[in-house]
Ligand binder design. Structure first.
Ligand code: NAD
Length: 368
């Protein structure tokens, strides 16, 4: 079982990863549960169908009878309607400022539950129990949010969990697309922190069919990168922006394809190819590396089709709306070299050149 502690100026919490981590609810984190007058589980429908009994059994061993609120699976739970439903549910069940919530699901359920916890009676404690690979990223760092029809993650807050319990046994049921999605955020953590690790992942034959033990160790490395960055810049004034590597263009792809078309991580993979092209211009990334990355992504089942199917202007609209955009110029995270990120403003003209370059590289890759 892996462990690390996220150290923040005003708080600290553990992240535990591996099999049987829920057993810790009746040992290391029993006091936390016992300090609450009520324990509520907000669970993703699909994750609950597959795995909720594992958590409930562990809670029972700690003498806890939780209240359970099942929410629609995946992104469809991050709505205003579901958010207020959860709040009303907690009021009806007499939750108080001394109650605690447990998020049981992927990043979407974690974001929703975190935001419910951040705002219920001006803030209560919550525990993250992520059930997807991608959630190794989202469960740590305290960003919580729901979506508006106008855009993703538009309403949210920073609210750190009390502990993150990442049970890797639950990942066995993830479909290939969700594995690809989560592995994308893992390799992003490598790209922004460590050249050797990046190369090791690029050479990994089973990148999208990872063995459980190997995956646990890799996820712990990814969480460590995230935890260190969050510890240095909790509220994203500076270096936390590095975690957005691949996300400015990636979010635009997600929006153009309609949320749900490609998974979040699949879009980030496209976004990272785009950022590598910008990094060739402003950093020291070699074009041959970008081509190799595109080849690696293709080989592992990631699609670049949206870049060929849509015009630059469709993506630009969304890049300009990005929370990271400022005064007509867009901020991109780039790499000086692997492991050395920086942020730079880019004009829309240059964004278009990079887009055309990406289209050309993808077509070139198709022919080879
Ligand atoms: P998700 O939560 O939408 O889950 C994806 C799908 O997997 C859903 O259909 C879900 O029902 C299913 N699922 C969950 N666990 C499963 C399991 N063990 N077996 C089988 N199916 C399972 O997707 P995600 O990729 O985990 O998270 C994406 C969300 O995370 C987005 O909303 C994104 O904005 C957010 N996010 C947040 C942060 C942050 O810092 N807060 C960072 C990255 C992403």
């Amino acid at each position: 079982m892996g462990k690390l502690t996220v150290q923040l100026p005003d708080a600290q919490y553990d992240v535990r990863i591996g099999e049987h981590v829920f057993d810790l609810l009746s040992t290391d984190y029993l006091d936390l549960l016992e300090s609450a007058d009520r324990v509520g589980v907000i669970a993703d429908e699909q994750a609950a169908d597959l795995h909720l009994p594992v958590l409930l059994e562990a809670l029972q061993k700690s003498g806890v009878e939780p209240f359970i609120k099942i929410v629609p699976q995946g992104e469809s739970c991050k709505t205003q309607e579901v958010y207020f439903e959860c709040q009303s549910y907690l009021v009806r069940e007499n939750f108080t400022r001394n109650s605690i919530l447990i998020a049981f699901g992927g990043g979407a359920c974690g974001d929703l539950t975190g935001f419910v916890a951040a705002t219920f009676m001006r803030g209560i404690k919550f525990i993250q129990c992520p059930t997807t690979i991608l959630a190794h990223d989202s469960a740590v760092g305290g960003k919580t949010a729901i979506n508006l029809p106008e855009g993703k993650n538009m309403v949210g807050s920073f609210h750190q969990p009390s502990v993150v319990l990442f049970n890797t046994e639950l990942l066995r049921t993830l479909p290939p697309r969700e594995i690809r999605s989560g592995m994308a955020e893992l390799i992003k953590h490598a790209f922004i922190s460590d050249e050797k690790w990046s190369v090791m992942l690029l050479e990994e034959e089973n990148f999208t069919k990872p063995a459980e033990e190997w995956l646990s160790e890799e996820l712990l490395k990814g969480i460590r990168v995230k935890a260190d960055i969050v510890a240095a810049d909790e509220f994203e004034h500076s270096t936390r922006k590095f975690l957005n590597f691949g996300h400015t263009f990636g979010h635009a792809v997600e929006a153009v394809c309609g949320f749900g078309g490609l998974s979040h991580g699949e879009c980030v993979v496209i976004g990272m190819a785009y950022s590598f092209i910008l990094s060739e211009r402003h950093g020291k990334i070699n074009p041959s590396f970008t081509n190799r990355y595109i080849q690696f992504a293709r080989k592992n089942g990631y699609s670049f089709e949206p870049v060929l199917q849509h015009s630059f202007s469709s993506f630009l609209v969304f890049m300009e709306k990005d929370k990271k955009a400022a005064f007509g110029e867009m901020n991109f995270v780039m790499l000086e070299e692997l492991g050395k990120p920086f942020v730079m403003k880019v004009s829309s003209e240059e964004c278009e050149q990079a887009f055309l370059d990406l289209q050309r590289r993808i077509r070139m890759g198709e022919q080879s």
